[in-house]
Design a protein around this ligand. Sequence first.
Ligand code: FAD
Ligand code: S2G
Ligand code: ZN
Length: 475
Amino acid sequence: MSLSDQDLIKELQQLIGAEHVITAPADLEPYLLDWRKRYRGQAIAALRPSNTQEVSAIVKLCVANHIAIVPQGGNTGMCGGATPNSSGRQVVISLQRLNQVRAIDTSNQTITVEAGVILQTLQEAAAAADCYFPLSLGAEGSCMIGGNLSTNAGGTSVLRYGNARELCLGLEVVLPNGEILNSLRGLRKDNTGYDLRDLFIGAEGSLGIITAAVMKLFPIPVAQWTALVATPSAEGAVELLNRFQAGASAQLTGFEMMSDESLALLKHYYPALASPLAGNNPYEVLVEISDYESSEHAMQLMESILEGALESGCASDAVIASNLAQARKFWDMREHVPLAQADDGPNIKHDVSLPISAIPQFVDTCNAMLRSKHPNIRIINYGHLGDGNLHYNVAGPSSAETEHFFTTYSKEIQALVYAEVEKLNGSISAEHGVGQQKVDYIEGHRGEVAFNLMQSIKKALDPYNLMNPGKVIKL
Ligand code: FAD
Ligand code: S2G
Ligand code: ZN
């Protein structure tokens, strides 16, 4: 017989302390609404355990009382994955208090951190040990490494260092039955059975709760040069990428594209971040080269590749940051585009990835198709071109019309864009995950065999469907 909510709350308070069982509506609110303010849920409580054993004890108590669990990190996710549903029969488990850096092994080039460590804190801990942790994204001041692993986050250095998955060597996970899986080994090679670690990376909390991880560290680059390059078309941007890939290879550590409408939106909401390049360029690309030899070597490389690009016409203008402050300003431009979008109002997001060779066709086809149906829409097309990942976001003609446009046309526009993605053999979720936003698209996108296999895995690990139900895979 299940406990009443009141008795459950009393048991939880005994487990983790009353001050960490949050039930007062005002205190609960931040846990029930996602960053985009698109998803709102209900919860019996938000819980803030302080260690793995407390997480395990909570899971066992919830499972015994058929209460579903929604793990939550920084709550910066884009797909509503960390937001409880409206049933009121769920609890949110916030990992914020599991925030210890457990160990740094500079010789093994690894750092062991708890899931609630904020990404920026992890970057700083690496730097303090004279190492580099490359995962970097606009939300790094509040997202947590547990959430980064659960969404297999990408960000701006994937083309050189990979997603969160490639940066992880070991995990500690509380399973849906409350057992603790300890695979916190910092080994780059370990072929002993199924790859259980990778099962939980990108599972968005639907297979278990990540409580700690061993992450890779890297040497700090000796020099980094950043440039802002104007290109006449998406095709030109891809040619520019290919030139940098051929010329700089592993030294190419950032390649981000912003369309003219993205730059116009940025300039409107953050005038100080207006592009320094003259004119209204169809696209501007932020390129970063990192070097382990010398600053001069990196600069020569940057200059020679840019010269070739300007001669070929795939670049029409370029400015190389003359100092760290200017390089920071170029990166602030890029990282403020999603903030400008949030200021502007709801927008129809498409976090898509495509074969890089297919990107010009995707952009030209979708732009023409959508503008023929909605002539005055704004297509805020920007993102990680180096990984073939575009944030092809569509907004209504003006800020005042975004809400109406979003609610009226989201489904239609998403169907059109995703159909184009399928035609070009792309993905409908490059880095943000599925959450609840795309859960109805997954079977069609992945196909029956893959979908049935994922359902079998979900049923095997979470037979009562209590671990973040309704996210990623519906049973
Ligand atoms: P949350 O939002 O708290 O949770 C995300 C998902 O993971 C949910 O399903 C949740 O249930 C699950 N989860 C969280 N913690 C755990 C855990 N310990 N164990 C199991 N499951 C867990 N994302 C990118 O990939 N690249 C970008 O460039 C990028 N830029 C962004 C810029 C801005 C301004 C914002 C607001 C977001 C951006 N994001 C980006 C999206 C978001 O920051 C990432 O998805 C991030 O990894 C989410 O981390 P979080 O800690 O906030 O997770
Ligand atoms: C980024 C943010 C999400 C969006 O800035 O790279 O991941 O599409 C995005 O606004
Ligand atoms: Zn992104």
